[in-house]
Design a binder for this molecule. Structure first.
Ligand code: ATP
Ligand code: MG
Length: 729
């Protein structure tokens, strides 16, 4: 049952405020989602019909949770509520109404990202832009960007002197015509077409305005322009709109979210009532003080101050490590110390980092300590495509008969060795009983090989020989660098914009850190063989047994909305966090909000750490502490420096405790969740990459590799770690 007593006075006011427009601008952990949930329950309990209430959340997972909470509060009365994401709500509307937008009909199909790229390529061909240098993904991203801003091709091109943009508009026009001819929608069309439907059919809009007598939106600060307009239109008649959000937590501008939606809310809705929730129920006093101080360094924000009745709590700790490896070791040991001393479980800990590439050292440290951990979102370092590719190249250089690696990279990047040619080469090698790399040299004599295929095979062979010659037995890093350069591997994403391409480049650079580290540990010859053996061992541990009690690792972005008793915020260095890009592209304020989000995830304890020098992205850099650290009241902060480099020496105060060493004997245990089975064609949603469709599934259960096409990228994810939500549409 639901009781208004469970709310503080302002929360209660927000829940019981009757008709009208309401903005609840509330800091982290102040109960925004709780208010939204109670408000829906209160409306229904007061006699409102469930299907007249529309509540919009950021993810399908959040929608599911909200539905469950409402049902806990008022039981079966909640049946029929409209709770969902923007996409799922629009889809529901279009399934009923799209025939008012000819030539679309109600049995339209939704294109996944792979299909979408195919259509982009077709469009490029149609207007003769399909040369080798053109990157279809970049055009797909431009189209998506235009649609999120509700721009037609003509509007997108209008007045722009930018050549690229005008070409993109041309592609967009042809692309859209082809979609319509196929009765197909891409993800962005769901919002765009719903809005067009409303614009061209005022009667339909009026019907939905009439139906949804109450519209509620969570995480309003991360809405984009199209979503803003949709909310605005649906609530225009009655004005019963309740949005909750925190401008300090707007962290998706890079994906089209517009912070102005919340900052200008009062201007757009002059009659809106604005309530602020300022009591935080989540974090200790010191953690909150740090969060407040960070938020105050931004200029573009609405003034608010979080306070709490919670105890001041422990000091926030800042650990200064010599290097990234020591930092990782510090985190692992600290977790062990706290679990030993306080009897905490591993799943009370979260390690948050800025980029996925940072997870490798942490994973290794946790593994070495025999601690179970789970990585949320993103694939483990060694399972990433580009890392697997480069390892396959090295294996092939080491062992010219390695057909598995040959299959993997013979045509990556594309060099004209198609499936057909590949099979012929493998067959020939098998028949002649020779290493497949040697078969390449004999390509001219292989029956049925066309001249082009022969040339492709010979040039691949020449490439690999050139790499070996140039390397001449130097370090593994030299070899990897030569390989990357000669094979032009990185050029695959050269023209690509967006986070995915950037992540790939970062991962490759991080791989070079790994080789540099190996080289400097002065291994015995044979160098390459030793290196490959070492990484094979690390990768082997990746597939161990399952369980539940695990330390959580994730990026700061994917931690939004969540809370943990103990949080480690690692890599607090200039150039990492804030990231180098945010500094050059003037996105420091968004980066600082991300810091605020990170800090406010912590309930009881918060640890920062940074390394004085770090090998990241292939080079060693001297680490300057992040400017965000200086923004925290120093009286809340306890600094500790690296005491010793001896791996077995106790680190700092408290590290001497070694109670309960039993964990050591348990060996490494890696945990993954049971995701259920994924099916090809199924719609899924990922917290970071958004909605997507399953392209292929390899293997079963938590270890299955699920290939998903998201709106802007294709990802191979390990089912158990991927944090993929099944999306019911
Ligand atoms: P975020 O900004 O991180 O999304 P939020 O504002 O949505 O946070 P909630 O997740 O709704 O906050 O609440 C944070 C925590 O505080 C939850 O554990 C919630 O149960 C608790 N909480 C909120 N309000 C109250 C209250 N009045 N009494 C007790 N606990 C509360
Ligand atoms: Mg929330």
């Amino acid at each position: 049952m639901y009781k208004l007593d469970d709310l503080n006075p302002t929360q209660r006011e927000a829940v019981t405020a009757g008709e009208g427009t309401l903005l609840l601008l509330a800091g982290a952990g102040s109960g925004k989602t709780r208010v939204l949930t109670y408000r829906v329950a209160h409306l229904i309990a007061g006699g409102e019909v469930p299907w007249r209430v529309l509540a919009i959340t950021f993810t399908n997972k959040a929608a599911k949770e909200m539905r469950e909470r409402i049902s806990d509060l008022i039981g079966s009365e909640s049946k029929g509520l409209w709770v969902g994401t923007f996409h799922s709500v629009c889809l529901r509307i279009l399934r009923r109404e799209i025939d008012k937008l000819p030539p679309y009909t109600r049995d339209f199909t939704i294109l996944d990202t792979a299909d979408q790229l195919t259509v982009v390529k077709d469009a490029l061909r149609e207007i003769n832009l399909d040369d080798e240098k053109t990157e279809p993904r970049a055009f797909a991203a431009a189209i998506s960007d235009a649609k999120n801003k509700l721009l037609t091709p003509e509007e997108y091109a209008a007045g722009s002197p930018d050549y690229y943009r005008r070409r993109a508009a041309d592609v967009y026009r042809v692309y859209q015509r082809r979609l319509a001819a196929n009765n197909a929608l891409d993800f962005d069309d769901m919002l765009m077409l719903t809005l067009r439907l409303f614009r061209e059919n005022p009667d339909i809009l009026a019907r939905y305005q009439e139906q949804f007598r109450h519209v509620l939106v969570d995480e309003y600060q991360d809405t984009n322009h199209a979503q803003y307009v949709l909310v605005n239109q649906l609530s225009a008649g009655h004005g019963n709109l309740c949005v909750v959000g925190d401008d300090d937590q707007s962290i998706y501008a890079w994906r089209g979210a517009d912070i102005a939606n919340i900052l200008d809310f009062q201007r757009d809705y002059p009659s809106a009532r604005v309530l602020k929730l300022e009591q935080n129920y989540r974090s200790s006093g010191k953690i909150l003080a740090a969060a407040n101080a960070i938020a105050h360094h931004n200029s573009e924000r609405m003034e608010k101050n979080l306070w709490t009745e919670n105890d001041a709590g422990e000091d926030i700790m800042l650990f200064q490590a010599e290097d990234g490896r020591e930092e990782a070791r510090f985190v692992a040991r600290k977790i062990r110390e706290i679990t030993d001393l306080e009897g905490r479980r591993y799943n009370e800990f979260a390690i948050l980092y800025r980029t996925n590439a940072q997870s490798r050292l942490l994973e290794e440290a946790l593994m070495r300590e025999g601690m179970p951990y789970r990585i949320y979102s993103g694939v483990k370092f060694y399972e990433r495509k580009e890392i697997k590719d480069i390892i396959a190249y090295l294996r092939l250089l080491f062992n010219p008969a390695d057909t598995v690696s040959f299959r993997r990279v013979a045509n990556v990047p594309r060099r004209g060795i198609g499936t057909d040619t590949l099979e012929k080469l493998l067959l020939y090698a098998e028949e002649q009983n020779m290493p497949v790399m040697d078969a390449l040299k004999e390509a001219p004599y292989i029956p049925g090989m066309r001249a082009q295929a022969v040339a492709a095979a010979e040039s691949f062979s020449a490439l690999m020989r050139a790499v070996i010659l140039e390397w001449d037995g130097g370090s593994v890093t030299q070899l990897a660098e030569t390989l990357l350069e000669r094979s032009a591997y990185m050029d695959q994403w050269k023209d690509e914009r967006g986070a995915e391409a950037e992540a790939r480049r970062d991962n490759i650079k991080e791989f070079l850190s790994l080789t540099t580290e190996y080289d400097s540990s002065a291994p015995e010859a044979p160098v390459l063989g030793g290196f490959l053996t070492q990484i094979a061992l690390v990768a082997e541990i990746d597939s161990l047994d399952e369980g539940e009690n695990a330390v959580k690792l994730m990026t700061m972005h994917s931690a939004k909305g969540l809370e943990f008793p103990v949080v480690f915020s690692v890599g607090m260095e200039e150039g990492i966090f804030p990231s180098e890009r945010s500094l050059t592209e003037n996105r420091l304020e968004e980066e600082r909000r991300l810091c605020y989000v990170t800090v406010t995830r912590a309930r009881e304890r918060l640890y920062f750490s940074y390394a004085r020098k770090r090998l990241l992205f292939g080079r060693e850099a001297a680490g300057k502490p992040s400017r965000f650290l200086a923004e925290i009241p120093q009286e809340c902060l306890l600094t500790e420096s690296s005491p010793a480099l001896d791996p077995d020496a106790p680190m700092g105060r408290g590290f001497g405790t070694r109670a309960g060493r039993d964990w050591r004997r348990q060996g490494a245990k890696l945990i993954n969740q049971d995701p259920g089975e994924f099916n090809v064609g199924e719609k899924v949603e990922h917290p970071l990459f958004g909605p997507g469709v399953v392209l292929s599934v390899n293997g079963a259960g938590g270890d299955a590799i699920v290939k998903v096409v998201f709106r802007r990228e294709v990802k191979e994810l390990v089912a158990g770690y991927a944090n993929l939500e099944k999306m019911n549409m």
